[in-house]
Design a protein around this ligand. Sequence first.
Ligand code: NAD
Length: 328
Amino acid sequence: MRYLVTGGAGFVGSHTVLALLDAGHEVVVLDNLSTGHRQAIPEGVAFHEVDLLDAAATSAVVAQGPWDGVLHFAALSLVGDSMRDPFHYLRQNYLTALNLVQSCVEHHVKKIVFSSTAALFGGPERSTPIPETAPTQPGSPYGESKLMIERVLYWADAVYGLRSACLRYFNAAGADPLGRAGEDHRPETHLIPLTIDAALGRRPALKLFGTDYPTRDGSCIRDYIHVTDLADAHIRALGQIDSRSVTYNIGNGQGYSNLEVIESVERVSGRKVPWEAAPRREGDPSLLVADSTTLRNETGWEPKFETLDRIVETALRWRETHPDGYGS
Ligand SMILES: NC(=O)c1ccc[n+]([C@@H]2O[C@H](COP(=O)([O-])OP(=O)(O)OC[C@H]3O[C@@H](n4cnc5c(N)ncnc54)[C@H](O)[C@@H]3O)[C@@H](O)[C@H]2O)c1
């Protein structure tokens, strides 16, 4: 099968490209390299350096089908930045997706898989694990932009029959177990790579935002899902959308507190993590854990990296073997 992957030079996209190649598929990547890395695209994979804001250039790539599906990872995804510059985030994520989806309809693409987010469920405290049916109430313009795209996809199906899978990831983490890819966000805002870098002495003490949450140890609890398990979920989702669209929450189903992440990194690396308490960040809910029962029941998906230590192990190995990530 032949797939077009937007954002295939980024963290989750590049791991999904590897999973598609491993499964014997042909992959073409579209990316503007704004946060992704050319080196993250495996040799031999066709690459179009295109900005999805450019509707004509996007359409020209989508026209080079036929595609068995399109996977849409490309987006701006820093929650904090979206609070500082909401209209930029709303415009950018919405328009880029709209350009892509419209091109898909014009060029008769039948299936699209979209990277949605648990940030849809931001806002007031609610009980967890969170099922797909929980009310959406984005706590940031970033989350709102993803909800807007889910609605675009709803209408693309209702009017044109473009089937979609909206995959609402919780916290993607880890690295390819074979060491072929890893996490290299710039700036890095994700807790596991930040904690690993603090342990390796590559950054100053880790700031732990909020130690007075109503959780078992006072720090926030999040659901970490290994990026390879996430990639597998995309391939399984493609198999579900021949005749209907779906929405799946994707997480491990287990919550780990920020302090437990620090303990895990210390255990796996054998090094102390220097850290200091900092005030809560605006908009950070205390507890976000996924209920992925629908994905499990409908596709047979099971996370293979079930424990936090296993996830941290792969991330640590990547940082140790790639101290400068993908380089300058
Ligand atoms: N990483 C997570 O924990 C997480 C959690 C929930 C949702 N998501 C979503 O998953 C997707 C991938 O996340 P990631 O962590 O891999 O991000 P990333 O920044 O590593 O990858 C995004 C990729 O998209 C490309 N891109 C951005 N804007 C583009 C544009 N206008 N045109 C073409 N290419 C563009 C970037 O260059 C990059 O390669 C994003 O949509 C993100 O919102 C990620």
